[in-house]
Design a protein around this ligand. Structure first.
Ligand code: IDP
Ligand code: MG
Length: 137
C-alpha cells in the first residue's frame, strides 16, 4: 500500500481544523498510518524544505512553518501520493478547486493549510524525516 507524508500547517492548527482536515483523508480512502503534533525548530524547517532554499520565499516559508505547532501524518492507501495532492488542491488557495482542503481552509499562498509529498520518492524521504518504522502502522 502506498504511503505519503502530510503536514497540517500552523495556520490550520491555529484555526482548530485538525479534525476537519483528517476527516477529508479518512472519508476519501486514506488511512492515518501515523500521526503526531510537534513544533518544528528553524533547523528542522530549513532541512525539510531544503529543495526550496534558493527560492525567494524560502525565508518566509521557514518563518511560517515554525510560527506554531504542526500535525505530521503518514497517509496510506491506493495511489496515496496523487490522491492526497488532489484532496489538498493547488498551492495557491485562490486557484484551488472548490471542495479541496486549501480552497476551504487556507487564506494565502504562504499560509496554505497543508503540505503533501509530491512524488513517491519524496514521500519516502519525508516520512523518514519525521517517523521511525515502529511509529507507522
Ligand atoms: P506545494 O506545497 O503545493 O507542494 P511548493 O511549490 O512545493 O508547493 O512550495 C512549498 C510551499 O512554499 C508552499 O506550500 C507554500 O507554502 C510556499 N510557497 C510556494 N510558492 C510560494 C510563493 O510564490 N510565495 C510564498 N510562498 C510560496
Ligand atoms: Mg511541494
Amino acid at each position: 500500500m502506498e504511503q505519503t507524508l502530510s503536514i497540517i500547517k500552523p495556520d490550520a492548527v491555529q484555526k482548530g481544523v485538525i479534525g476537519k482536515i483528517i476527516d477529508r483523508f479518512e472519508s476519501n480512502g486514506l488511512k492515518i498510518a501515523a500521526v503526531k503534533k510537534l513544533q518544528l525548530s528553524e533547523c528542522d524547517a530549513k532541512a525539510f524544505y531544503a529543495v526550496h532554499k534558493e527560492r525567494p520565499f524560502f525565508g518566509e516559508l521557514v518563518k511560517f512553518m515554525i510560527s506554531g505547532p504542526v500535525v505530521v501524518m503518514v497517509l496510506e492507501g491506493e495511489n496515496a501520493v496523487i490522491k492526497n495532492r488532489d484532496l489538498m488542491g493547488a498551492t495557491n488557495p485562490k486557484e484551488a478547486k472548490a471542495g479541496t482542503i486549501r480552497a476551504d481552509f487556507a487564506e494565502s499562498i504562504d499560509a496554505n493549510a497543508i503540505h503533501g509529498s509530491d512524488s513517491k520518492e519524496n514521500a519516502k524521504i519525508e516520512i523518514e524525516f519525521f517517523f521511525s518504522k515502529r511509529e507507522i502502522y
